[in-house]
Design a protein around this ligand. Structure first.
Ligand code: THU
Length: 137
């Protein structure tokens, strides 16, 4: 993870460019780093039937897991309505639960405004006392 932060942040911002968000206008990009060093990107994909929307983070996780990756170090997330995110975008509860399934407590979550301005958390901080994941395996 060390020395991959910048790359991960840039990948999340780039993936945000592919967001399909005609209903909310809230465009999100994510970049997920595997323990082997591969990066999987994702964006939110909305639908006229609103509940069918998929978040950027889960797009990235499902792309990775469907290509046999199950071990992850970190994810960068950038979201907002403007040309660039005006605030930090935090993962929704469902996405935190998906992280819980595949990640350890020290999994890193970067919430990104731009390449210079981001915050860093662990999964344990954003989902304390989470259910499942390693504890049930
Ligand atoms: N969204 C994400 O992609 N990730 C999050 O963590 C929060 C919400 C998307 C879903 C929807 O397309 C739009 O943002 C507004 O909720």
């Amino acid at each position: 993870m060390e020395n991959r932060r910048e790359e991960l942040i840039r990948a999340a911002l780039a993936a945000r460019g592919f967001a399909y968000a005609p209903y909310s206008g809230f465009r999100v990009g994510a970049a997920l780093l595997t323990k082997e060093g591969r990066i999987f990107t994702g964006c939110n994909v909305e639908n006229a039937s609103y509940g069918a929307a998929n978040c950027a983070e889960r797009t990235a996780f499902f792309k990775a897991v469907s290509e046999r990756e199950r071990r992850f170090d970190a994810i960068a997330i950038a979201g907002g309505k403007g040309e660039m995110p005006e605030d930090y975008a935090y993962p929704c509860g469902i996405c935190r639960q998906v992280m819980q399934e595949f990640c350890e407590a020290d999994f890193i979550i970067l919430t990104v405004k731009n390449e210079q301005d981001y915050k860093e958390y662990s999964l344990k901080e954003l989902l304390p006392h989470g259910f499942g994941g390693d504890r049930l395996k």
